[in-house]
Design a protein around this ligand. Structure first.
Ligand SMILES: Nc1ncnc2c1ncn2[C@@H]1O[C@H](COP(=O)(O)OP(=O)(O)OP(=O)(O)O)[C@@H](O)[C@H]1O
Ligand SMILES: [Mg+2]
Length: 214
């Protein structure tokens, strides 16, 4: 699970996917390599993911690196006098997946965000090897951001299984509807849409799955 950047709805989309799998009866684990911004108020990503998945994982089993400042992960780690260890990320994700029937991972920022020297979020996505969902905004600017992300993913051999436009307005305008069609045409994946959700109540969320391939 990645996105076109930061604050585009990755956590919401990952949580909706995790919820859908849990409702289907699967034991779901969640993973996020690093969470930053714990100094800010609000529910942190790993907590929303855990709640949506109905998981009992401890914080460190979901997100092995957690930092207070709202900085990119390599900088937040440096400010704490640490370095993110890619091997620890791979091990934590593998252990989470081994104890569950489905694993949903959220990236950090976009695909080209560095986690450690010489190791990007995209490298971790390749190492984990799951099909990729991309969260994107429905509005102006999203065509370029989404196509860049799809190209960066495919360039590394990742399979883009899903593009999700979120939050999709109840009454979409010309721009939103046209963006969806344009991305479908140019990316070769028809975006699905996710309406505004009440994040307090995962039971009220609609199912979110990759569309069947034609
Ligand atoms: N479908 C939706 N329903 C409700 N809120 C949404 C929806 N999509 C996005 N949002 C809102 O947009 C904001 C960003 O979403 P989210 O936290 O999922 O982004 P992110 O890409 O995970 O951010 P980060 O880079 O910090 O991890 C949040 O305030 C979230 O509540
Ligand atoms: Mg997030």
């Amino acid at each position: 699970m990645s996105g076109t950047g930061t604050e585009v709805g990755k956590t919401v989309v990952a949580a909706a996917i995790a919820r859908t799998l849990a409702i289907e009866g699967r034991r779901v684990a969640v993973f996020k390599p690093a969470v930053t911004g714990l100094d800010d108020p609000g529910e942190p990503d790993h907590a929303l993911l855990r709640r949506a998945a109905g998981s009992t994982q401890a914080d460190e089993e979901i997100a092995p690196y957690r930092y207070g400042p709202p900085a990119s992960p390599h900088l937040a780690a440096a400010l704490a006098g640490e370095r993110i260890d890619p091997g620890r990320l791979r091990t934590t994700a593998a252990e989470a997946g081994a104890r569950a029937e489905a694993l949903v991972c959220e990236g950090v920022g976009g695909l080209l965000v560095p986690l450690a020297p010489g190791y990007l979020v995209r490298d971790l996505a390749v190492d984990i090897g799951l099909p990729l969902a991309i969260a994107a905004s429905p509005g102006l600017g999203t065509i370029n951001h989404t196509l860049l992300t799809v190209e960066a993913a495919r360039g590394a051999g990742l399979e883009v299984s899903l593009v999700v436009l979120t939050p999709w307005p109840d009454d979409p305008g010309e721009i939103e509807r046209s963006n969806r069609e344009t991305i479908a045409e140019l990316a070769g994946v028809r975006p699905v849409t996710l309406p505004p959700l009440d994040l307090r109540d995962p039971d009220s969320w609609p199912a979110l799955r990759a569309p069947a391939r034609s």
